[in-house]
Design a protein around this ligand. Structure first.
Ligand code: AMP
Ligand code: ZN
Length: 115
């Protein structure tokens, strides 16, 4: 996708702090971290969101990367949160499927009534 910022990071057309990549998956640091550890895991191929006809195999590869990143970032023992914002109500802002891995401090409790 030519106008997708994450496709551009994957293609190394714009800078990104890539911490892991393989044939299917790329992981890079979130530019606006919400916690000390905030890494995004994305499929190399563009999918808009988790419901965008992505194969179970690729979903498996994406989620199998979560514990790898958690270990790499040193939060595998302390715990972390995995988030996949989806669509408008999910407040997805970048429309290339991504998994947030958040940790390194106690998660602020922010779930509650919509604002
Ligand atoms: P979401 O709201 O789930 O769509 O999250 C999108 C995330 O992408 C946000 O946490 C942003 O801070 C992050 N983000 C946006 N642009 C970039 C970028 N160029 N490099 C890294 N992360 C980005
Ligand atoms: Zn994309």
């Amino acid at each position: 996708m030519s106008d997708c910022i994450f496709c551009k990071i994957i293609a190394k057309e714009i800078p990104g702090t890539i911490v892991y990549e393989d044939e299917y998956v790329v992981a890079f640091e979130d530019v606006n971290p919400q916690l000390p550890v905030h890494t995004l895991i994305v499929p190399r191929e563009h999918y808009d969101h988790i419901g965008d006809d992505i194969s179970p195999e690729l979903l498996g590869k994406l989620f199998a990367t979560v514990p790898l990143i958690a270990k790499m970032k040193g939060v595998d023992q302390t715990g972390y949160r995995v988030v996949v914002n989806t669509g408008e109500d999910g407040r997805q802002t970048v429309h290339h499927l991504h998994i947030h891995v958040l940790g390194g401090a106690l998660m602020p409790i922010r779930m509650g009534p919509a604002d």
